[in-house]
Design a protein around this ligand. Structure first.
Ligand code: WAQ
Ligand code: MG
Ligand code: MG
Ligand code: MG
Length: 258
């Protein structure tokens, strides 16, 4: 795998870009592709954005670039699904899991208060667990985790053996969470979709794994959330460079079943 040259292919789509700078974020996507597969990768990203529940884009950008670095293989986080009846119960559970991961309670409160402000960005927020401050300074953009993928054959083997849905959404989210939690400065991730038709979210942490929570918002709500709680990031540009640039393939092996 390391011998073959890979390309990072990225897409972002927005609407109302004439009315508002940057417009309303519709969809983003990032995959790793071989040269011979670029056409298929571009098509898949195009399709994802053209048929999106957040609306019809009036702006789209798809680009690819070669990666001059070997690709690290990382095992997917362990997955558990927590069924909850209400958003309130989901929220309580998410808070408890963040605390268990090592995020102080007052920082969780502070983050939850700020979530509505962040809900229209296209990337993730970096939140320092000591100061309770947002540290990425990337206002309406946030930080986009990129150069991450999971080959379909291996993902499908994983879904079969672990009784998980064959959903590209789960594949993407678990791949992102696995990469983010692979960095020692990441304490936990809190995420739910900004797509109005998808209410399952998760808390992820290296030890707790990827904890799906079946209701973290109400149907119809277009406010999403993706926060990385970080500790001890002495060199912020290096951490952000890891998230954006370090190429990683998720790879599951049979004997990883737990
Ligand atoms: N890097 C950083 N932030 C991202 C990325 C990325 N690659 N992709 C999405 N985001 C941010 C961005 O602000 C989006 O608005 C927000 O996250 C939500 O993205 O059942 O579908 O792709 O196990 O809508 C989680 C549960 C689903 C899946 C999450 O998020 C499951 C989801 P979405
Ligand atoms: Mg998206
Ligand atoms: Mg996504
Ligand atoms: Mg979305």
């Amino acid at each position: 795998m390391q011998e073959e040259e890979y390309y990072s292919v990225r897409m972002r789509a927005a609407k109302n870009t004439v009315l508002k700078k940057g417009g309303k974020h519709i969809s983003g996507g990032e995959v790793l592709s071989t040269y011979s597969n670029i056409k298929q990768s571009v098509n898949a990203l195009l399709e994802k954005a053209l048929t999106h529940s957040r609306g019809k884009p009036d702006f789209m950008q798809i680009q690819f670039e070669s990666i001059n670095e070997s690709i690290k293989l990382v095992k997917p986080l362990r997955v558990e699904t927590n069924e909850v009846e209400t958003v309130e119960n989901g929220k309580t559970l998410a808070r408890a899991m963040l605390e268990k991961s090592g995020v102080p309670k007052r920082i969780i409160d502070k983050a939850y208060k700020q979530i509505p402000e962040y809900s229209s960005i296209r990337g993730a927020i970096l939140f320092d667990i000591h100061s309770g401050e947002r540290i990425d300074n990337n206002s309406e953009k946030g930080v986009r985790v990129s150069r991450i993928d999971w080959l379909n054959a291996n993902f499908e083997k994983w879904t079969d053996e672990n009784n998980q849905p064959k959903s590209s959404r789960v594949k993407e989210a678990l791949a992102i969470a696995t990469k983010v939690c692979d960095h020692p400065s990441t304490i936990a991730e809190l995420c739910w979709s900004d797509d109005p038709d998808y209410v399952t979210g998760y808390v992820a942490n290296k030890k707790l794994g990827y904890q799906r929570i079946t209701r973290l918002k109400e149907y119809g709500d277009e406010q999403g959330c993706r926060i990385f709680f970080v500790d001890g990031v002495r060199d912020l540009p290096t951490y952000i460079n890891f998230l954006e640039k370090k190429p990683i393939f998720i790879k599951w092996e049979e004997d990883d079943i737990d």
